[in-house]
Design a protein around this ligand. Structure first.
Ligand code: SF4
Length: 356
């Protein structure tokens, strides 16, 4: 049963939200948690249609006549539930473990690996049992002590885009702020960081902003925050004492790529205040795809300009089975060298963590 409440004037400033779902599912147990109740209250106040579901696995009847329509609607559908699997995945090379606070994303980046990892369930799931998740994180921290353990919060989602709805990221940031051996990292293409600025992070969370050439942002990253908004958010986070970083990914060999990436570094240099540059990191990731991803992307974004010609790529064997197509060595080296040089020229005090 869809419960559509009467239209009421919105009480939250919707412009501060990265998105407002078109449909929300609640697992009944989620309403036993304060976060579940809060989201429920917000949904009812806003007049957003909602349904109850015993489990997200039972969501099979999303509106939409075609698979593509259903996909688009799923990207606007929020599922509020409990995280049951508390065994964390590993998250090399940027962290030891992926901390699961959400799954799925409302943006439409053509190349996004969630296209394949989420399969037929591209809707957005948020978890309300944060105490269980943080307890599991504590277990991993204890297991690895006295080593530092890094957790990545953006392996299955873009948590900043969801933060205005859940507040979960702030909880994890403050949890890690209290841990001498715990570190948090996440990456985002959204600018909704205001609620994180006064969190007690203790310098233990590194916020990285995903940036790219204008060409890549324009053609392949619909429904994310604009480049200028991301940079502004980065400057705010730096001013709030967070270590920050930039992930240039996916690096794409497009026409005019040299100008595009040179311009990107120049824009970063112009926009980022000098006092925001201490302890700055860069991560460089070239575009890659699997055969499965290529098939899915071509179905979901049939007009994409994303080049996925396996004849032009090098096959890189994967550790867990299916390998990926990356750029041939000569192209990969040219990309790596060109971008690294520009990073060091513009940000000599920064460090490039890896190129992959
Ligand atoms: Fe995927 Fe990140 Fe784009 Fe969301 S913002 S669709 S998680 S690449």
């Amino acid at each position: 049963m869809v419960q559509q409440l009467q239209e009421r004037p919105p009480r939250v400033d919707r412009s501060s939200l990265s998105f407002v779902p078109e449909l929300v599912y609640f697992e009944p147990a989620s309403l036993d948690y304060p976060k579940g109740r809060q989201i429920f209250d917000w949904v009812t106040r806003e007049g957003i249609p909602y349904r109850m579901t015993t489990s997200h696995n039972r969501i099979t009847n999303l509106p939409g006549d075609t698979e593509l329509e259903q996909y688009k609607i799923a990207k606007q559908t929020l599922v509020v539930g409990l995280r049951k699997t508390l065994k964390f995945d590993t998250s090399k090379p940027s962290a030891e473990y992926a901390i699961p606070i959400a799954t799925g994303c409302m943006a439409h980046c053509h190349y996004c690996y969630l296209q394949t990892t989420l399969g037929a369930k591209p809707y957005i799931r948020v978890y309300v049992n944060m105490d269980d998740i943080l307890e599991a994180a504590q277990g991993y921290l204890d297991e690895r002590a006295p080593e530092i353990t890094r957790f990545e919060a953006a392996c299955t989602s873009d948590p900043v885009g969801l933060e205005p709805i859940t507040g979960s990221l702030r909880e994890v940031i403050e949890f890690m702020g209290n841990q001498s051996l715990g570190r948090l990292r996440f990456v985002t293409k959204f600018h909704h960081v205001d609620s994180l600025l006064d969190a007690k992070h203790n310098g233990h969370t590194r916020i990285r902003f995903s940036v790219n050439s204008k060409y890549v942002i324009k053609h392949f990253e619909p429904k994310t925050s604009r480049f200028e908004q991301r940079i502004e958010a980065a400057a705010k986070c730096a001013a709030a004492g967070y270590p920050i970083g930039f992930i240039i990914a996916p690096i794409i060999w497009h026409e005019g790529w040299q100008e595009g990436y040179a311009e990107l570094l120049e824009s970063l240099d112009q926009a980022l205040p000098h006092d925001a540059r201490g302890d700055l990191t860069f991560e460089l990731i070239q575009h890659r795809f699997t055969k499965t991803a290529k098939n899915v992307i071509e179905k979901r974004y049939p007009k994409t300009k994303l080049e996925m010609d396996i004849e032009k790529r090098k096959y890189k064997w994967g550790r867990w089975g299916q390998g990926k197509y990356v750029y041939p060595d000569e192209q990969a080296d040219a990309l790596r060298m060109f971008i690294s040089e520009h990073v060091f020229e513009r940000f000599p005090e920064s460090r490039i963590e890896y190129f992959t």
